[in-house]
Design a protein around this ligand. Structure first.
Ligand code: HEC
Length: 158
C-alpha cells in the first residue's frame, strides 16, 4: 500500500515538475516579449520624432508660403492642414497630392477648394518626413503610425 503511494508520488512528481518548468518558460517568454515590444515601440517613437524634426524644416522651406505657419491656410484659397479632416481621412490622397500635385475640387472641414498645388519635386523620404510633421502638429495627432519612404514610393500617380 505504502509502496503504491510512493509509486504514485514518483509518477506525479516528474509530471508536476514538467508543468512547473513549462510555466517558468512561459513566464520567461512573456517577459522577453514585453521587453522586446517595449523597446521596439520606443525605437519607433524615436524614429518618428526624428522624422518630424526633418519634416519641420521641409515644411518651412516648401509649404509655409501657402499653408502658413500654424497650418491654418487661407480660407477659400489654401486649405488648412491643422485639424484638416481631409488630411486625417485621406492619407494616401494627401501623399499623392504632395508627390504629384493636386488640383480640382476638394473639401476640407466643410469648405470646398478648387485650386492648384504644383508638385515640389521632393524625394520620397522628404515627403514621408513632411507628412509625419503635418500629421503630428497643431493638434493633429495621427494614429501614430509613421509614414515611411517605402509607403510614399508605393503611391503612384492616378
Ligand atoms: C502654392 C501653394 C501651395 C504650396 C507651396 C503647398 N500647397 Fe498644399 N495645397 C495647396 C492648394 C491650393 C491645395 C488644394 C488643391 C485643390 O483645391 O485641389 C492644397 C492641398 C493640400 C493638402 C490636402 C488638403 C488639406 O488641406 O488637407 C495637403 C495635405 C497639402 N496641400 C500639403 C502640403 C504640403 C505638405 C506642402 C509642402 C511640402 C504643400 N502642401 C505646399 C497649395 C499649396
Amino acid at each position: 500500500m505504502l509502496l503504491l503511494k510512493e509509486k504514485e508520488f514518483i509518477n506525479w512528481f516528474p509530471k508536476n515538475n514538467l508543468f512547473l518548468s513549462i510555466i517558468m518558460k512561459l513566464f520567461l517568454l512573456v517577459y522577453v516579449a514585453i521587453i522586446a515590444l517595449g523597446s521596439s515601440f520606443l525605437f519607433q517613437d524615436k524614429e518618428l520624432q526624428k522624422s518630424i524634426e526633418r519634416g519641420n524644416e521641409i515644411y518651412a522651406d516648401f509649404c509655409i508660403t501657402c499653408h502658413l505657419d500654424k497650418g491654418e491656410g487661407v480660407k477659400n484659397v489654401f486649405p488648412p492642414l491643422a485639424k484638416s479632416d481631409y488630411l486625417k481621412k485621406n492619407r494616401e490622397e494627401s501623399i499623392r497630392g504632395i508627390k504629384y500635385g493636386q488640383k480640382g475640387e476638394l473639401t476640407v472641414n466643410g469648405v470646398t477648394y478648387n485650386g492648384v498645388m504644383t508638385p515640389m519635386g521632393l524625394e520620397d523620404e522628404e515627403i514621408a518626413d513632411v507628412m509625419n510633421y503635418i500629421l503630428n502638429s497643431w493638434g493633429n495627432n495621427s494614429s501614430k503610425e509613421i509614414v515611411t519612404p517605402d509607403e510614399v514610393a508605393a503611391i503612384t500617380a492616378k
